[in-house]
Design a binder for this molecule. Structure first.
Ligand code: GLN
Length: 237
């Protein structure tokens, strides 16, 4: 059994939201914590179960419209995630999970559906499905290398004044306004699959360090080879 001091990683609703390898985000966080000698405990929260409030890092993935609507309803009713974030937990929300963090998003007929309101964003259905590789330059304040990932969504996302764009899109669609994702407090929202943290280990370290403080450097040559292959394939030369 992990000790009380183990880093608690909470994977929300894998039965509803986990597309394009998003569960890999859980594995990357576990690995990068453990390689620094930090013990981890991972909790998979099914959609019929309460979301624990005592987690350190929360992860939620992408999904299709109907499971996304169901997940939003359950998270709104449950309120555990909202309490955990208020208590200082960090979070990575991907695609459908990103849209759910906002005030509203577009349902399967484009109808507005209420989100949980943890991010000052609202999403709706865009003119065309955004599918393919994405590369984006991260907001300088975060001091992270270029983002690489894969997107597949109908939604476009409008950012309010309470959040900052995570990155400026170079290849791909992202939010649909020239930017990709957003951040506020200790929450990062993104359209990136791939999974996002395997393609962008510096983003994983940012989520971890928000909870545990500065982290030792790791040998990231395998991650770097994947990043370079993907970025070389998509960036204009
Ligand atoms: N259903 C949402 C959309 O199409 C999210 C898709 C996803 O998570 N991949 O915008």
């Amino acid at each position: 059994m992990p000790s009380d001091s183990a880093l608690r990683i909470v994977w929300i609703y894998p039965d509803l939201l986990s597309t394009y390898g998003d569960q890999g985000n859980v594995l990357v966080l576990e690995q990068r914590a453990q390689r620094r000698g930090i013990e981890t405990e991972t909790i998979h929260v099914g959609s019929a179960d309460p979301v624990p409030e005592s987690g350190d890092v929360y992860l939620i993935g992408g999904g299709e419209d109907r499971p996304q609507i169901l997940a939003a309803k359950r998270l709104r009713r449950d309120n555990g995630l909202q309490r955990a974030i208020a208590a200082g937990a960090s979070m990575l929300a991907v695609c459908a999970g990103y849209q759910i963090m906002g005030s509203t998003f577009g349902g399967e007929e484009g109808q507005p559906v209420d989100g949980v309101g943890l991010l000052d964003i609202s999403s709706s259905r865009g003119p065309a499905r955004a599918v393919g590789e994405l590369a984006a330059e991260v907001d300088a304040a975060l001091d992270l290398p270029m983002l690489t990932g894969f997107e597949n969504h109908m939604g476009v996302t409008r950012l309010g004044p309470g959040v900052k764009p995570l990155s400026r899109t170079i290849v791909g669609v992202g939010n649909g306004d020239g930017y990709e994702g957003c951040y506020a407090g200790h929450i990062v929202g993104t359209y990136l699959h791939g999974p996002a943290l395997a393609r962008n280990p510096a983003l994983a370290d940012m989520l971890l360090s928000w909870r545990v403080g500065p982290l030792a450097a790791l040998d990231d040559s395998r991650y770097e080879a994947l990043r370079q292959e993907r970025l070389t394939a998509v960036l204009p030369s």
